[in-house]
Design a protein around this ligand. Structure first.
Ligand code: SF4
Length: 95
């Protein structure tokens, strides 16, 4: 059974561009613009850490690492497909 990875290191947050910014900006109502939040993320030095944290912890809501829920879902799907392809390739090598 696959175990869900939980990433608890949040030290990167001290360098976040969004420190002091209204958190509501990053959790817009359904259908509302995410442009302003993504603009804050664009120049953030911990953007990758933020995105990986959200992916590892299955964050379902909000803008993390400059990406929306839908964009993060796409990355998760892509990575799952890549993992599956690697497993199939490895199985083929050992057969
Ligand atoms: S990437 Fe965006 S949400 Fe994540 S820490 Fe940076 S500014 Fe905040």
């Amino acid at each position: 059974m696959a175990r869900k990875q939980i990433m608890i290191d949040t030290s990167w947050q001290t360098s976040a561009n969004c420190l002091g910014v209204d958190p509501d900006l990053f959790f817009p109502e359904r259908g509302a613009s995410t442009r302003e939040a993504k603009e804050v993320c664009r120049g953030c030095v911990v953007r990758d850490d933020c995105l990986e944290y959200a992916l590892a912890n299955g964050e379902k809501f909000g803008i993390w690492g400059g990406m929306s829920e839908r964009e993060r879902r796409r990355i998760r799907r892509q990575r799952a497909q890549e993992r599956a392809a690697r497993v199939i390739a490895l199985a083929g090598e050992s057969a």
